[in-house]
Design a protein around this ligand. Structure first.
Ligand code: SAH
Ligand code: SF4
Ligand code: F3S
Length: 473
C-alpha cells in the first residue's frame, strides 16, 4: 500500500487522540491466535497507545476491549463467544467499547452471528488492520456499529505503529497469506493469497530492532520458506531494482544473519515441500540461525498427507529430516500433528507414531482434527468419530511423553548459555530460562541475573521442565 493511503488512515489516530484528551482511558486486548496474530496485536496495541489508551490486564478497568481472533480450530470460536457474553455486562454497566478483529472476522457466518446475537462496536478483519483508528473514530463519534471487512487481499501494510510485548525478542512478519490450501485449513481463506514483504522493509525493521537492543528475531509467515516465490514467478512484472538480490528465504536468512546486534534468528512456519537445499545450507552456514527447526508434519501417513494436500510422502518427510541431520550438526525438530483427519485408519495413525519414534521430535504441537466450514476436508464423508480421535490423541501424547523424557535426559550434565527471562510463574523464588530447543529451565539465583546470558548446567529433568544451576567459573 502506498504511504499516502496509510497516512490518510493513520490521521485518525490523532483524531481519536483528540477526542480522548485528558480522559485517562485504558484498553484491554486478548490475542487468541498464532504468532502472526500476536504480531498483529502488537500493531493494534501500537495504534491504541498512540490514540491515548493505556494497556490494562484488568478487563474491568478497560474503556476499550479488543479481541484479536483466530479460527483455525473450533475451540477458538467457543472461546470468543464465551468472552463476548461476559463483556456484554461490562458494556451495559459502563459503556465499554468492544472491538473484534482478526481471522475469525473474515468468516461471514461468524460476523452474521455476532451482529445478530452479541454486543460490539467495531468489527475489522485481517485486511483492514490499518483502518482500526478510523473505524473506532466513527464508532465513538457517531455511536454506530462499524463492520469493516475486505474480501479481497489487502496489500502489505508498512509503517503502522507497534508496541512490542518483549524487549529482547521480537517477531517480524515477512509474508502474509498462504497459497497451499491444505484441505483441513481455514487460513488461506481468512488470510488471503501469499504475498511477501519487500526485503528492504524487513531488513530495516530488523536493523532498528537491533539498535533498540533486541537480541532475538523470529521471522514469521504461514509458509516462510516460500518467501518471495510468488514475486519471483512474476518477476518480469516487477521493477528489476526491487528484485535484484534477496528473492528467496535462504538469501533473506543470510542477510538477517549479517545484522550486528542480533544474536539469534528463528523462523516459523516453514513447509517441508519448500525446504530446498539453499535453505538447508543457509541454516547450516548462518551461526545466528537456531538449529531447532519447526517442521510441520501433520501426519506420517502418505495416504492422509495426500488427502490433506500436503504434497509430500512419509518417505520424503523422513528423507528431508535425514538430509538436514546430515547437513546441519546438532539440528533438532519440533512439529505439528493433526490426529483424526477424515479417513485416517488405524494403519495411517501407526505411520504417524512411526515417524514420531524415528524423528524423536523435541516438541510436538498435537491437534485433534477440527472441521472448518468452507474447507474441502469438512465435506469429506469419512469423518472420524470423536471418541476415536481422542483415543488416538492420548496414544500420541503418551508416546510424546516417553520421547520427551528420553530427550530431556540427554540434557542432564550439559551446560548451555541461557538468557534468564524472569521469575518462574509457578514459584516466585525461582528464575526461568529456555534452552535453544524451547525447553523451560528453572533455577535458583539473584534477580540481578534477569536479562543476562549465563552458563547454566542442567541437573535434572521433570518432563515439562528442566532444573538447572548457574555454573560459576
Ligand atoms: N502455516 C503453518 C501453521 C498453520 S496453523 C503450517 O503450515 O505449519 C497451525 C497448525 O494448526 C497447523 O500446522 C495444523 O497442525 C493445525 N491445524 C490447522 N487446521 C486445523 C484443523 N482444521 N484442525 C486441527 N488442527 C488444525
Ligand atoms: Fe494452513 Fe497449510 Fe497454509 Fe499452513 S500451509 S497455513 S496448514 S494451508
Ligand atoms: Fe489462527 Fe489466523 Fe493464526 S486463523 S492460527 S490467528 S493465521
Amino acid at each position: 500500500m502506498i504511504k499516502k493511503e496509510i497516512d490518510n488512515e493513520l490521521e485518525y489516530i490523532q483524531k481519536v487522540k483528540q477526542i480522548n484528551e485528558g480522559k485517562n482511558l485504558h484498553y484491554h486486548i486478548l490475542t487468541m491466535g498464532c504468532q502472526l496474530n500476536e504480531n498483529d496485536s502488537e500493531k493494534i496495541c501500537g495504534m491504541a497507545e498512540e490514540m491515548g489508551y493505556t494497556k490494562t490486564q484488568e478487563i474491568m478497568d478497560a474503556d476499550l476491549v479488543i479481541y484479536n481472533t483466530c479460527c483455525v480450530r473450533e475451540n477458538a470460536e467457543e472461546r470468543l463467544f464465551g468472552k463476548l457474553g461476559e463483556v456484554k455486562k461490562l458494556k451495559e454497566a459502563k459503556g465499554t467499547i468492544i472491538a473484534i478483529g482478526g481471522c475469525m472476522m473474515q468468516e461471514k457466518h461468524i460476523v452474521e452471528k455476532i451482529k445478530k446475537s452479541y454486543s460490539y462496536d467495531v468489527i475489522f478483519g485481517t485486511h483492514t488492520l490499518q483502518n482500526f483508528p478510523k473505524d473506532l473514530y466513527h464508532a465513538i463519534l457517531e455511536r454506530k456499529k462499524i463492520t469493516d471487512i475486505l474480501d479481497i487481499d489487502g496489500e502489505i501494510i508498512e509503517g503502522l505503529p507497534i508496541k512490542r510485548e518483549d524487549s529482547i525478542r521480537a517477531s517480524v512478519t515477512i509474508m502474509n497469506g498462504c497459497n497451499n490450501f491444505c484441505t483441513y485449513c481455514i487460513v488461506p481463506y481468512v488470510r488471503g493469497r501469499e504475498r511477501s514483504r519487500n526485503p528492504e522493509d524487513i531488513l530495516n525493521e530488523v536493523k532498528s530492532l537491533a539498535q533498540e537492543g533486541y537480541k532475538e528475531i523470529t521471522l514469521l509467515g504461514q509458509n516462510v520458506n516460500s518467501y518471495m516465490r510468488v514475486e519471483r514467478e512474476k518477476e518480469n512484472t516487477l521493477d528489476k531494482g526491487a528484485i535484484n538480490r534477496i528473492d528467496s528465504f535462504a538469501k533473506l536468512l543470510r542477510a538477517v544473519n549479517e545484522i550486528n546486534g542480533i544474536e539469534k534468528i528463528r523462523f516459523t512456519s516453514p513447509h517441508p515441500k519448500d525446504f530446498t537445499d539453499d535453505v538447508i545450507e543457509a541454516i547450516r552456514d548462518c551461526e545466528k540461525v537456531s538449529k531447532f527447526i519447526h517442521l510441520p508434519m501433520q501426519s506420517g501417513s502418505t495416504n492422509v498427507l495426500k488427502a490433506m494436500n500436503r504434497v509430500y510422502t512419509k518417505e520424503q518427510y523422513l528423507e528431508l529430516v535425514e538430509k538436514m541431520k546430515k547437513e546441519i550438526p546438532d539440528v533438532t525438530f519440533s512439529t505439528d500433528i493433526i490426529v483424526g483427519f477424515p479417513g485416517e485408519t488405524e494403519e495411517d495413525f501407526e505411520d504417524t507414531l512411526d515417524v514420531v519414534r524415528k524423528v524423536k521430535f523435541e516438541q510436538i504441537f498435537m491437534f485433534i482434527y477440527s472441521r472448518r466450514v468452507g474447507t474441502p476436508a469438512d465435506k469429506m464423508e469419512n469423518q472420524i468419530p470423536e471418541e476415536i480421535k481422542h483415543k488416538r490423541f492420548d496414544r500420541l501424547k503418551s508416546l510424546y511423553e516417553e520421547i520427551l523424557k528420553k530427550n530431556n535426559e540427554q540434557y542432564i550434565g550439559k551446560t548451555e548459555n541461557l538468557l534468564i527471562e524472569g521469575y518462574s510463574k509457578t514459584n516466585k523464588d525461582l528464575l526461568t530460562a529456555r534452552t535453544d530447543t524451547n525447553k523451560v529451565v528453572v533455577l535458583e539465583g539473584e534477580s540481578s541475573l534477569i536479562g543476562k546470558v549465563v552458563p547454566v548446567k542442567i541437573v535434572s529433568e521433570h518432563m515439562w521442565y528442566l532444573k538447572g544451576e548457574v555454573e560459576i567459573n
